[in-house]
Design a protein around this ligand. Structure first.
Ligand code: NAD
Length: 351
C-alpha cells in the first residue's frame, strides 16, 4: 500500500514522502514553486546513503528547476522527485507506485526522466498518471536536447573566455559518460574538440573514449586534468572547497544539475578567474523540449528555436555579472528572481 506523508519545509510549497513496501517504492517529491506554472522536473533514481541525503538532493534540485524555468522564460514552476533505490531494483511495480505518487499532486507536479530513469520508466509511470512528459511517442528522451542547449551555452562561454567560439583544438573534461554527457562529447568531437572522460561505470567511460577518440582517467582525476573546459555531467556538488583550488580549466560548462556544492562556490570560481556557466541556464534544453510537449502539440523545430535563448541568456548573465561585479551564479539568480518577482506582482494585482 502506498503511504504518503507531507513534510513541511520552509520556502517550499509542498514536499511529500511515499513508501510502498510491497512494490519497493521509497521516494520524495518536492514542489518548490508554482508561481510561473505547474512544477516540472525529472525523476531521479539513486542509491542514497540516507533519507537526509535524498531529501537534501530533492530540495536543491526542485529549487534549481524553478530557476531553470524562470531563466528560460517558460511558464513552469520547479519540482523534482527522487527514488531511493539501486538501478537493479527498478521494476514495473516500483514505477507504477511512483505514478500514483506523482498523481497525488493533481498536476502541480509533472515528471520526466533523470538519472537512472528513461523513457521506458516514464511509460510505466504514465499508466497511473497523465502528469508525465518525455513519452516515447511525443517529445521522447530529453537528453539530446539538453546536450544541444549545453552546446549553445558552451559557444557563448568560449566567446567570452577566448574571444572565439571555436571548439577546434580545445580540450574538454567530461565527468559522467551517461545519456547527456556522451551526446555532448560527441557534438564537441564533430567540431574538432578533444575529449578526456571518466565515469564510475568504467565501461561507460571506455565506450565514450572509443567513440570519440578520447582518453579515460579515473573519477578522482577528471576534475583536475589540464583542459580548457571542465564539463560536469554526472551528479551535483563537484564544485566545492576541495576541488575548486585544484581545477586547471578556464571555464566550467556542463549538463549536471546543482554543480556548486554551495552558492558561495560561485564566488570562489570567480576569484580563481574561471568562468562558470550557471548549470540551470545551460542545461535547460531538455526542459524546453518537454515544455513544448506539455503545452502544445510537440514540434521539434519550435522547441529548437526556443533553445537558442540559452545562448542569449548566458550572454546577458555574463553582462550582469560584470556590471554588478558579482559571480555568474549570483547574476543568474538575479535574472531568475526578476522574472519570479514580476509573476508574483502580476498575481497580486489580479487577486
Ligand atoms: P545518466 O544516469 O545517464 O548519466 C550520469 C552518469 O554519471 C552515469 O553514467 C553515472 O555512472 C555517472 N556518474 C555518477 N557519479 C559519477 C562520478 N562521481 N564521477 C563520474 N561519473 C559519475 O544521467 P543523465 O541523464 O546523463 O544526467 C546527467 C546529469 O545531467 C544529471 O545531473 C542530471 O540531473 C542532469 N540533467 C539531465 C538532463 C537530461 O535531459 N537527461 C536534463 C537536465 C539536467
Amino acid at each position: 500500500m502506498l503511504e504518503i506523508t507531507e513534510i513541511p519545509v520552509e520556502g517550499y510549497e509542498c514536499v511529500k514522502k511515499a513508501v510502498d513496501r510491497e512494490r519497493g517504492l521509497h521516494a520524495y517529491i518536492a514542489v518548490h514553486s508554482t508561481v510561473l506554472g505547474p512544477a516540472l522536473g525529472g525523476m531521479r533514481l539513486w542509491p542514497y546513503a540516507s533519507e537526509e541525503e535524498a531529501l537534501t538532493d530533492v530540495l536543491r534540485l526542485a529549487m534549481g528547476m524553478t530557476y531553470k524555468a524562470a531563466c528560460a522564460g517558460l511558464d513552469l514552476g520547479g519540482g523534482k522527485s527522487v527514488i531511493l533505490a539501486r538501478p537493479e531494483e527498478k521494476s514495473e511495480d516500483l514505477f507504477e507506485a511512483m505514478g500514483e505518487f506523482v498523481d497525488s499532486f493533481g498536476g502541480r507536479y509533472i515528471t520526466a526522466e533523470d538519472v537512472n530513469t528513461n523513457p521506458n520508466s516514464i511509460e510505466v509511470v504514465s499508466r497511473k498518471t497523465e502528469h508525465v512528459t518525455g513519452l516515447k511517442d511525443r517529445s521522447g528522451n530529453p537528453s539530446p536536447y539538453t546536450a544541444h542547449g549545453c552546446y549553445l551555452g558552451l559557444k557563448a562561454t568560449l566567446g567570452e573566455v577566448f574571444g572565439s567560439e571555436d571548439i577546434q583544438g580545445k580540450t574538454f573534461a567530461i565527468e559522467g559518460a551517461g545519456s547527456v554527457g556522451s551526446i555532448f562529447a560527441k557534438m564537441l568531437v564533430k567540431e574538432g574538440g578533444r575529449i578526456i572522460t571518466a565515469d564510475i561505470r568504467q565501461e561507460s567511460a571506455e565506450k565514450l573514449a572509443q567513440e570519440t577518440g578520447g582518453t579515460v582517467v579515473s573519477p578522482d582525476e577528471i576534475r583536475f586534468v589540464d583542459c580548457d573546459v571542465y564539463c560536469p555531467s554526472a551528479l551535483g556538488g563537484s564544485l566545492n572547497d576541495q576541488t575548486i583550488p585544484k581545477l586547471q580549466c578556464k571555464a566550467v560548462v556542463g549538463c549536471a544539475n546543482n554543480q556548486l556544492l554551495e552558492a558561495r562556490h560561485g564566488e570562489m570560481l570567480r576569484d580563481r578567474g574561471i568562468l562558470y556557466a550557471p548549470d540551470y541556464v545551460v542545461n535547460a534544453g531538455g526542459l524546453i523540449n518537454v515544455y513544448n510537449e506539455y503545452h502544445t502539440t510537440y514540434d521539434e523545430a519550435r522547441a529548437l528555436a526556443m533553445m537558442e535563448k540559452i545562448y542569449e541568456n548566458l550572454k546577458a548573465i555574463y553582462r550582469i555579472a560584470k556590471e554588478d561585479n558579482v559571480s555568474t551564479a549570483t547574476a543568474a539568480d538575479r535574472f531568475g528572481d526578476w522574472r519570479l518577482e514580476q509573476a508574483r506582482a502580476a498575481q497580486a494585482q489580479t487577486s
